[in-house]
Design a protein around this ligand. Structure first.
Ligand code: PLP
Length: 375
């Protein structure tokens, strides 16, 4: 199999699986329990949090575990609006956010909030200026992702943070695709809330984290229950997932530079191989090293994905998160219909080999040569 969909999810390395197995079978205590097994589990939660906080340059008490990136996004948005309820009911975001942000703010529109959606340019880039120009006196929240999951565009979060310094609006960034792919700390980003997810970096599914710092305070919980996560996120801690998340972070950090160089080499090699395919177009800037979006104009992306699947190659039609529907990202970029309809996303991980990319290039060329454009 040639797995080229690391932006959708990643394989869990054996070291991570082993760390999780030990927690599931031996160190399985409830962290709230009052005996040694419970205390051991509590220590494991604290240790996992410290590892994660360290990787962000944050303090452990600023990092709260969630069930996924989607939860982190929803929580940060609601918490910021609650904190800034006296500022107003206006939100600034971009038209190309992940659905975890877009669907949340759509719901908030139904609840009476006004939302400004900043559009990208044709390359898929967003300028800090266009975001800051949309900010009003009554803007309570600005939510701008760090790396776009479809195009790999990196957005200027630090510049936006600097522009918001003397304004009441809080800043949230969805850093799910940026975490450990492009270097940052919470200080360098300057955001008040930062969303992360484990399964994009070799961790398990079902665990994420939210950094709550900067000017964020009095955080509104999404759930009500026990006192876990400092009362902010009740529910018995997912100790195995936390340990797996932390181990995945450690493994990526140990090889951070090597992995970054490998991802960039994969992207550059793929660019070189794919540019030999007649009519193939590169879509978006691919600033981040692990995402490359390409189009065979007129060839429906779902057919490309199905054809390649038959050859053991996994890629994605746009984003894995909205299968079958026209991508809101490509639409916002103003791509013509044929190019948008033929766009697929290829994404790399530490396990990707040049052989995977050769297989992809051969399969795309054959698809183009043996099928007819339908649009
Ligand atoms: N944000 C971005 C940019 C993503 O790419 C994803 C997942 O694809 C998410 C949020 C949602 O993360 P999760 O799958 O952990 O809910």
């Amino acid at each position: 199999m040639h797995y080229l969909d690391h932006a959708a999810t990643t394989p869990v390395p054996e070291e991570v699986a082993r760390a999780m197995l030990a927690v599931l079978t031996e160190r399985f205590g409830n962290p709230s329990a009052q005996y040694a097994l419970g205390r051991e589990a509590k220590a494991l939660v604290d240790q996992s949090r410290s590892t994660l906080a360290g990787s962000l340059g944050a303090r452990p008490e600023q990092v709260v575990f969630t069930s996924c990136g989607t939860e982190g996004d929803n929580w940060a948005i609601r918490a910021a609006l609650c904190q800034n309820r006296r500022v107003g009911k206006h939100i600034v975001t971009t038209a190309v956010e992940h659905s975890a942000v877009l669907q949340c703010v759509k719901q908030l529109e139904r609840e009476g909030y006004a939302v400004s959606y900043v559009k990208p340019d044709r390359e898929g880039r967003i300028t800090a200026r266009s975001v800051l120009e949309a900010v009003r006196e009554d803007t309570a929240l600005v939510s701008v992702m760090l790396v776009n999951n479809e195009t790999g565009a990196v957005f200027p979060v630090p510049e936006i943070a600097a522009g918001l310094k003397n304004r009441p609006a809080l800043l949230h960034t969805d850093a799910v695709q940026g975490f450990l792919k492009i270097p940052f700390t919470v200080k360098s980003l300057g955001a008040d809330y930062v969303t992360l997810s484990a399964h994009k970096i070799g961790g398990p599914k079902g665990i994420g984290a939210l950094y709550i710092g900067g000017r964020a305070k009095n955080t509104l919980p999404l759930l009500y229950g026990g006192g876990q996560e400092n009362g902010l996120r009740p529910g018995t801690e997912a100790t195995a997932q936390m340990a797996g998340f932390a181990r995945a972070v450690e493994l990526r950090l140990e090889r951070q530079e090597e992995i970054a160089a490998h991802l960039a080499a994969c992207r550059d090699y793929a660019r070189e191989r794919l540019s030999a395919i007649p009519e193939l177009r590169f879509v978006g800037p691919a600033d981040a090293p692990h995402i490359l979006s390409v189009s065979l104009p007129g060839y429906p992306s779902q057919n490309i994905v199905n054809d390649l699947d038959g050859r053991g190659i996994c890629i994605s039609a746009g984003s894995a998160c909205h299968r079958g529907r026209a991508s809101h990202v490509l639409t916002a970029m103003g791509l013509d219909k044929r190019t948008a309809a033929g766009t697929v996303r290829v994404s790399f991980g530490p396990e990707t080999s040049f052989g995977d990319i050769d297989a992809l290039a051969d399969a795309l060329l054959e698809h183009k040569n043996t099928r007819f454009p339908m649009l």
